[in-house]
Ligand binder design. Structure first.
Ligand SMILES: C[S@@+](CC[C@H](N)C(=O)[O-])C[C@H]1O[C@@H](n2cnc3c(N)ncnc32)[C@H](O)[C@@H]1O
Length: 283
């Protein structure tokens, strides 16, 4: 019995430590800048697809700096923006203030949401819940806090798209993932998400779409920006920081990765694929 209790205590402690590392990673660099400058259209796209109406009670899971939460509030919803990394909330508060809307910002792990069953009309996550390491736990929580007949709206990078391939490119340079952690881009695979939320939902609509990114005029320009602004990339460079050969190899691999996604020879735009999936919770 004591052994079982000790084992459970160890599992809880390991999960806390893992989430603390994830929080530190997302607070590195300048994620609000990425949200503001590179992917600001994704939140509004998710809000529109989720059919949010005035007066809805909406939860944005892994909301970051409010890329989806603020547009949901602008649509007239009452919005809770929850995230593991409260360091991102001040940028979200500034964004909300700019539009004259109110959002409640709450620190929470997507795998253990501090809300009652069936609380929200709409549960959203924009390239967010995909980064919680235990997919079933996170999916169960999304479904649990949504009311019967409510909507779940998810926008996730696909495995074969720009960000999915970026994680594959960085993997040999990163510390090994902890046991049981699943790769984030699996959430961009429609079949994976259908299997996670299963028969607890109906009316599943899934579309693969492409974000046009026109912020960078070369692979190197993208790399310079990304390695100082995007937490997971900043963290990988820190991990290999004392090995100049590995740093140079990662630089070169990232340039080659980005070059594959530019359209045309003029380095004008890149296409970053994502999955936009909405579903209705069974009544
Ligand atoms: C790529 S950012 C997306 C933020 C925002 N939704 C957006 O569209 O800009 C990923 C977010 O997931 C959050 N996150 C990662 N793991 C999480 C977890 N277990 N629970 C809650 N949030 C988590 C990070 O703190 C970060 O804000």
């Amino acid at each position: 019995m004591t052994d079982t209790i000790d084992a459970v205590v160890d599992i809880i402690a390991a999960d806390r430590a893992l989430k603390a590392r994830h929080r530190t990673m997302w607070a590195l660099g300048d994620y609000p800048r990425v949200a503001r400058e590179v992917i600001p259209t994704l939140g509004p796209a998710l809000v529109a697809a989720s059919g949010i109406r005035r007066g809805d009670l909406v939860l944005d899971v892994a909301a970051g700096a409010g890329n989806a939460a603020v547009p949901a509030a602008r649509a007239g919803a009452h919005v809770v923006a929850s995230d593991l990394t409260p360091e991102l909330f001040s940028a979200g508060q500034e964004l909300a203030a700019r539009y004259g809307v109110t959002v409640a910002w709450e620190e929470a792990d997507a795998e253990a949401l501090p809300y009652g069953d069936g609380t929200f009309d709409v549960v959203l996550s924009c390239v967010g819940v995909m980064f919680a390491p235990h997919h079933e736990r996170a999916a169960d929580e999304l479904v649990r806090v949504c009311r019967p007949g409510g909507t779940i709206g998810l926008l996730s990078w696909t495995p074969q798209g720009f960000v999915g391939e970026l994680f594959k490119t960085m993997k040999p340079y990163a510390p090994p993932p902890p046991p049981g952690a699943q790769p984030p881009p699996l959430w961009g695979d429609e079949n994976h998400v259908r299997a996670l939320i299963g028969d607890r939902v109906t009316n599943v609509v899934a579309q693969r779409k492409t974000l046009t990114v026109a912020n960078f005029d070369s692979p190197q320009a993208w790399r310079h920006y990304w390695k100082t602004a995007y937490g997971p990339t900043v963290a990988v460079y820190r991990h290999i920081g004392d090995d100049p050969e590995r740093v140079a190899a990662l630089d070169s691999d990232l340039d080659a990765h980005a070059a594959r996604f530019f359209r045309g020879a003029a380095w004008r735009t890149m296409g970053w694929e994502y999955l936009l999936l909405t579903a209705r919770k069974q009544s």
